[in-house]
Design a protein around this ligand. Sequence first.
Ligand SMILES: [Zn+2]
Ligand SMILES: [Zn+2]
Length: 203
Amino acid sequence: MGKRKHSLNGSSEHENHEALEKRMKSKGRVSFGDVTIYHFPRKQGFVSVPSNGGSTLGMARRHLWIEKLRVDLAKTSADDQKPFAPISQKARRSILKSAGVRRILKTEERDCAKLRLSRVICGCNCGDICYSETCECILSGIGCQVDYGSFPCSCQPNGCQNGNGRKQYNPSTVEKHYCETFARINGENVGPAVLKYVGVAIV
Ligand SMILES: [Zn+2]
Ligand SMILES: [Zn+2]
């Protein structure tokens, strides 16, 4: 019985696959099936650090209901694609309240402020040269890093003596990596022409 069921399923899957391939060939484009959307209740987050305040937006561990939708690409217009923008604390609080969150804990605001501060106070204050006796990074056993100017670390490439290394943020390397990854995803080999087009200097 089990075997028969298996073979029936197998043949119907095969037929479905063939039918799908035929349809795709005749239309000459990719088609999408149904989309399943899981709806979760809103909760106060406690897992993210917003750029200001607390009262972060989170969701419950279990979903409440499931919705099945048919994808209609014709309805997806540029108007639907809103860019991500930060939501103010006031707006976050009203979203939580309107979702039925009765008690918004103030402790999250304090915790987020502490975390934001700890992210700013980091790196070493060595000046141009890092010495093993005084450099906070060397003493903590981590490498130096410079994102911009003298933040987080203040050392210069030729003055850093950190054995754990020193990293400097390089926007052109990041852009080149982005471009190469993007091209790889699209199944193309990125050439110098593409790099020139996106304004990336070839290192
Ligand atoms: Zn450092
Ligand atoms: Zn250093």
